[in-house]
Write a protein that binds this ligand. Structure first.
Ligand SMILES: Cc1cc2nc3c(=O)[nH]c(=O)nc-3n(C[C@H](O)[C@H](O)[C@H](O)COP(=O)(O)OP(=O)(O)OC[C@H]3O[C@@H](n4cnc5c(N)ncnc54)[C@H](O)[C@@H]3O)c2cc1C
Length: 390
């Protein structure tokens, strides 16, 4: 045959087209991650820290593990001016460049908030500003970098007998990360969330300017950045109010099966005089037993007590309470706690009380406190069915 048949030519054409498509898609991928048009301009920026264009995959992940947007670069700033430089660069490029920038604290948000698709992620934890500075006196406060972890603030301030007033349940989060949300835990009913306990901020604005703000100075910026989800500026330093830290904590957990009783008791405690220092309620979907549900109170080796509860997989409501005290007040506190508890209508067989150091209470979701929870209730003997006690 002198000429190939038509079907053969068609087949060849299809192969060429398919090959071309594969090539195009691979080029796009490579261009997106490695050869972004923004990469060369970033390389020319004068920095004390550095960009990483290769080790960027960790910045495309967060605690939620649901969104993965790959940045073109991660900035590891050494100074506040590094952060100002990149933000100003993005501002100067204008909206057409599509280069985005995002601050990343400890990456514990859930929905890709600290990611920047084809943009620049700023690793706030590498910001090496002045060390944590504690100011004692009649109105004590701490100055710290926006990339500092709350656990480090706690450890440092405790050296002076002081501590911030309002917390999150988990302390391995950054100052900038929680202040750009709210920062809520069981102290919020008394002191407000963490954003209500900030005296002053240093912020890199969207134009790349470094600005101080407070209630008195640039107050719009101050109120926008606090709880602003990182959209109004990058917190590079924060001044946080402190109070005298207690030595010990009486830590209590009780369970309810009735939602109305649960919320009524919470409301009562929040408005009562001489009440607890920490009040938090949460729901337990008790499908796999208390041991797997009740956060760090128990582990599988621990106590009999949790494993004794049979709740038939029903939903429970847990009221978690804490009373702070110093050792000279132990007897008084025990009496006050007993008195407060006697007014509540939790399931009597579910009283769990332990006494721990203040730092261990605050860092409870990270510290291995397993095994210290103890039922002090006399009804604990033998197996108990929650619904009988209700
Ligand atoms: C195990 C766990 C327990 C938690 N417990 C609580 C809790 O008890 N109470 C509570 O309120 N929250 C809680 N959270 C939620 C947590 O407070 C927020 O997700 C917080 O944003 C995480 O801080 P991060 O340092 O990891 O911030 P990232 O996840 O890194 O960032 C979160 C957001 O803040 C922005 N951001 C980060 N740093 C800065 C900065 N310096 N300036 C401006 N914006 C910035 C980011 O761009 C992003 O939008 C918990 C989360 C986890 C995973």
């Amino acid at each position: 045959m002198r000429y190939p048949p038509i079907y053969f030519l068609k087949h060849m054409n299809m192969l060429v087209i398919e090959g071309f498509m594969v090539l195009l898609v691979s080029c796009l991928t490579i261009r997106t991650n490695l050869c972004s048009p923004n990469t060369p301009s970033l390389k020319t920026l004068p920095l004390h820290g550095h960009f990483d264009f290769h080790e960027v995959h960790h910045a495309a992940r967060d605690f939620g593990n649901r969104y993965q947007f790959l940045p073109v670069a991660v900035l590891h700033p050494k100074t506040v001016s590094d952060i100002a430089t990149i933000v100003k660069h993005v501002w100067d490029l204008g909206p057409r460049s599509e280069l985005t920038v995002s601050a990343r604290g400890h990456g514990h948000s859930l929905q890709g908030q600290s990611q920047a698709h084809r943009g620049v992620v700023i690793n706030m934890e590498s910001l090496q500003g002045p060390q944590i500075q504690i100011h004692t006196g009649s109105s004590p406060y701490v100055d710290a970098s926006g990339g500092e972890l709350w656990i480090n603030i706690l450890r440092e301030s405790l050296k002076y007998g002081l501590a911030p007033k309002s917390w999150t349940d988990y302390l391995h989060l950054t100052i900038g990360g929680t202040l750009s949300n709210a920062g809520i835990s069981g102290q919020a009913f008394r002191h407000g969330p963490q954003i209500s306990n900030v005296q002053q901020l240093e912020v890199v604005t969207g134009k790349g300017e470094v600005v101080n703000c407070s209630e008195e100075q640039n107050e719009d910026l101050f109120h926008s950045v606090l709880g602003g989800l990182g959209q109004f500026g990058i917190i590079t330093r924060a001044r946080i109010l402190l109070e005298a830290a207690p030595a010990r904590v009486k830590w209590i957990r009780v369970l309810y099966s009735d939602f109305t009783a649960f919320t009524q008791d919470q409301e009562h405690l929040m408005s009562a005089e001489n009440t607890f220092d920490y009040i938090e309620g949460f729901v337990i979907i008790n499908r796999t037993g208390l041991l797997n549900n009740w956060r760090s109170s128990f582990n599988s080796k621990d106590p009999v007590q949790a494993s004794q509860f049979k709740s038939d997989g029903k939903t429970l409501f847990c009221l978690e309470l804490a009373k702070y005290f110093n050792l000279d007040k132990t007897d008084l506190i025990t009496e006050e706690v007993d008195n407060s508890l006697s007014q509540l209508s939790y399931i009597r067989s579910t009283l769990f009380v332990s006494e721990v150091a203040y730092i261990d209470f605050l860092d409870r979701d990270n510290t291995n406190l397993y095994g210290i929870a103890a039922i002090t209730n006399s009804e604990r003997a033998g197996n108990c069915n929650l619904w009988e006690g209700a």
